[in-house]
Design a protein. Sequence first.
Length: 129
Amino acid sequence: MTVPRFGDHAANERTFLAWVRTAIAVMAFGFLVERFNLFLQVAGQSLGRTFTVSGTLASDAVGIALILAGALMVAAAMLRFVANRRAILDESARAPGSDRLDLALAGMIVALGLGLALYLAVTILRGAG
């Protein structure tokens, strides 16, 4: 049994899985950012020192936003996978769908990255001053 357009289907699946892996990494990073303060508290107790971290609310917000962004990436990847599968199965040629969701997710990740960089810069400058 031969699957028609197997190469196209395989490429679609590989792309879907790449998006899922990226989303998992974004969610894991969000979890790390959100739980970093807990790590510093535990490390401080084991070392007999107290680490003070300012901006707990900011790190919590950024961590949760990254986790949500990862979840949205999986949803977008799933929608894109299904749309591409239908397009591959359909013999008629047509233009691909809108890229708005992909661009919105990319913009959100950029905004979160810039916000995290700004947060770290302010934290470093407060610590130095």
